[in-house]
Design a protein around this ligand. Structure first.
Ligand code: DGL
Length: 358
């Protein structure tokens, strides 16, 4: 009897020790972060150390970007993949589909805890929002770039990359949706925008606000998005080889319908009207939009203003015109949501629901 108790006690103690060691190893294990490089200024080079405009984007490879920041190895087990090497003004729907599918494949792997995407800043907010709608995981996805090329004095790329890897490997960023991290700040993909052509503090979420900061090697979140994203999204690109064509018509005083008519004639399935003010329709343009709608083109009323709610039935009778209101999405992000909406429906009531959901 005594021997049996001793044996059972020993077995219990050994099991406990193994469990504690395993837990410790788990917490002590660095997160596995994959860096997907696409190009941009973070990978750019200038003729001199003071060249901060007029440099060449998308010239430095992902391994070189990683080697330039040896501190990365202290915060994550990092692997690099060169997905593209382009300036982001040249990003296409095809690039987005390739990138989104690669992100989903990687995040489905148990040995990947988070992803960093290095990207040009010109269209970073658009790629981020596209991924916010199609990534099928709650794991962190963090887009990062730089406003100064890698060769510049006080280049911002290395610290931005280090911070992005910290966020991508953190528990705090799980479930927060796709993020943009630059200049020690963390922004939600849906609401962030580039606000300055050249300064390192260019990315802002003007009225709805950033989500948090990176400080002292840690991310600090103070807010979260109230809209659906990533794992809760109804959109799926797994079997898509193309996205419906959606174009943006920019509003201004004395505008005409030349661009609108050309887009519709070229087969656009949707038009984003980036109107003045609260999405107002110029008298000379409204008939062209009504005619396009009658041909089956989906019309979304957005605003060029940048902040505020684009109110349904505000500056136009959307119910009567069968138009969709963009809510608070910028024209460039409304285009992304409409493209994905059109992969599922052409019903304007359902599309309007999507604009109030994401
Ligand atoms: N050509 C721009 C781009 O790739 C450079 C801007 C940048 O990356 O900061 O987006």
């Amino acid at each position: 009897m005594h021997k049996k108790l001793t044996g059972r006690w020993l077995l219990t103690m050994v099991s406990l020790l193994v469990a504690v060691a395993g837990a410790h190893a788990q917490t002590a294990r660095l997160p596995n972060v994959t860096i997907l490089a696409t190009g941009g200024t973070i990978a750019g080079t200038g003729a001199t150390s003071t060249t901060t405009v007029g440099y060449t984007a998308a010239t430095v490879g992902v391994q070189q970007l990683i080697q330039a920041v040896p501190e990365l190895a202290k915060v994550a087990n990092v692997k690099g993949e060169q997905v593209f090497q382009i300036a982001s003004e040249s990003m296409t729907n095809e690039h987005w589909l390739t990138l989104g599918k690669r992100v989903n494949a990687l995040l489905a792997q148990n040995d990947v805890d988070g992803i960093v995407i290095t990207h040009g800043t010109d269209t970073m907010e658009e790629t981020a929002y596209f991924l916010d709608l199609v990534v099928k995981s709650r794991k962190p996805v963090v887009l990062v770039g730089a406003m100064r090329p890698s060769t510049a004095l006080s280049a911002d790329g290395p610290i931005n990359l280090y911070n992005a890897a910290l966020v991508a490997g953190s528990q705090e960023a799980v479930g927060k949706g796709v993020l943009i991290a630059l200049n020690d700040q963390i922004h939600a993909a849906r609401d962030v925008t580039k606000t300055n052509t050249s300064t390192p503090d260019s990315f802002k979420t003007p009225e709805l606000g950033l989500l948090g900061y990176i400080q002292g090697g840690k991310p600090f979140f103070y807010r979260a998005s109230t809209r659906k994203h990533t794992a809760d999204s109804e959109f799926d690109i797994a079997n898509l080889s193309a996205l419906p064509q959606v174009d943006i018509v920019y509003g201004y005083a004395n505008m005409n319908t030349v661009a609108l008519d050309a887009f519709v004639a070229a087969g656009a399935k949707g038009i984003i009207h980036a109107g003045v003010g609260d999405g107002s329709l110029a008298a000379k343009v409204k008939p062209g939009l009504v005619a396009a709608r009658k041909k089956g083109t989906i019309i979304v009323r957005a605003s060029r203003v940048g902040q505020g709610i684009l109110a349904r039935n505000g500056e136009a009778n959307d119910d009567e015109l069968d138009f969709v209101a963009a809510d608070t999405l910028s024209p460039q992000k409304a285009r992304i949501l409409l493209m994905l909406a059109l992969t599922k429906t052409t019903n304007t009531k359902d599309i309007q629901r999507m604009f109030y959901t994401y």
